[in-house]
Design a binder for this molecule. Sequence first.
Ligand code: ARG
Length: 470
Amino acid sequence: MSSSPTNPGTNQSWGGRFSEPTDAFVERFTASVDFDRRLALQDIQGSIAHATMLARVGVLSDDERDAIVAGLTEIRGEIERGEFQWSVKLEDVHMNVEARLTDKIGITGKKLHTGRSRNDQVATDIRLFLRDEIDVVEAELKRLREGLIALAEREADTIMPGFTHLQTAQPVTFGHHLLAWQEMLARDHERLLDCRKRVNVMPLGAAALAGTTYPIDRHVTAELLGFERPAENSLDAVSDRDFAIEFASFASILLMHLSRMSEELVLWTSAQFDFIDLPDRFCTGSSIMPQKKNPDVPELVRGKTGRVYGHLMGLLTLMKSQPLAYNKDNQEDKEPLFDTLDTVRDCLKAFADMVPAIEARKPNMYEAARRGFSTATDLADYLVRRGVAFRDAHEIVGQSVAFGIREQKDLSEMSLDELRQFSEVIEADVFEVLTLEGSVAARNHIGGTAPDQVRAAASRAREALAHLGR
Ligand code: ARG
């Protein structure tokens, strides 16, 4: 390990003013390379853009730039091939890469850091990294939404009970239920793209906190890195991690939604509901109970929601009360952000793979909707159309349901005479509204559960998804 040229044993990057080496524990405690090496490719990308800009404004010669770019390109290869030797003594990813560059190209390597600080460097690296990852997350989210829309179209006519309080309420179509999930994800998708806009702003050039005395051109660097624009204020640029908090809050809301879907999948695969079948490849067995087929994938997604919420709280608390500008606290942003990204990606992949494989057990869904007097509201609406006041209609239907419970008959299974015991305005046409098919078909307006509305909503959703851009 090389050390400061003037003070043997001290850190080679900043040891000049130090008179003794860092305590071994402190070295390990303050080091981040074990986790921030995940930023290595973005670190190199940022450095190449920085060196290119420095040459453009005449701070580096073209030869110096070429040596730096060639050296960094070689280092990228070493990292990709897993040959790079990471050193905790070099603290973080930035100093590891820079030290290797100097090993390779000598004194010119030491010029790379001109007009830059690790403070604007790390803020830039995280934003580049997060931007790349957002694009991967977005592709998975899109795949999941497409799967839901296709399944909803397939199940547009499938009738199931709709619930409030988890009690049978009114019949709905399975397609309609799936499109409710899709709507949740459509809003998450918008939140993600909105977050991306604020991630895509470049801190580089802020240097340590106040900017730099070199004649840098931040527009050049921003353009080379595909950033929308340079960050407006240097103090803010090196210090705030609100973009990571924003991503974690997008992720928390997304996982909250996925946990709701998971919960329903878990319920529906139970023997008590038996509404759907999940293929064996998404389930596992029990080592003691041979009959079991457990919905582990949705259960795990439900469970992983907790760690993502935790990361959101962690990041918020990390940022809380920090004075301007950069503080070492911010080194703690990476692990929660990385874990949030990994979790979100895995959970979206699990769902995107699983959703197209969901098989509706249509007879069971239908039977459950029939059993729960789910067309009681339809009977009340029928009575209202025949001049009965809604409150009275409610009472009449309540008596009919009580009769049905005693006789173990659904409303649609009663005879006309049986129904007329409770109201004389009831005629033979009542059976059109008492069937499940009649009930769902009657809710025929935008946002309603009628099969035709589900098909129309699915095609609108597909259209909206295709045109969702940034
Ligand atoms: N490893 C540091 C981080 O993640 C890089 C910036 C360090 N800057 C400093 N002045 N110590 O935040």
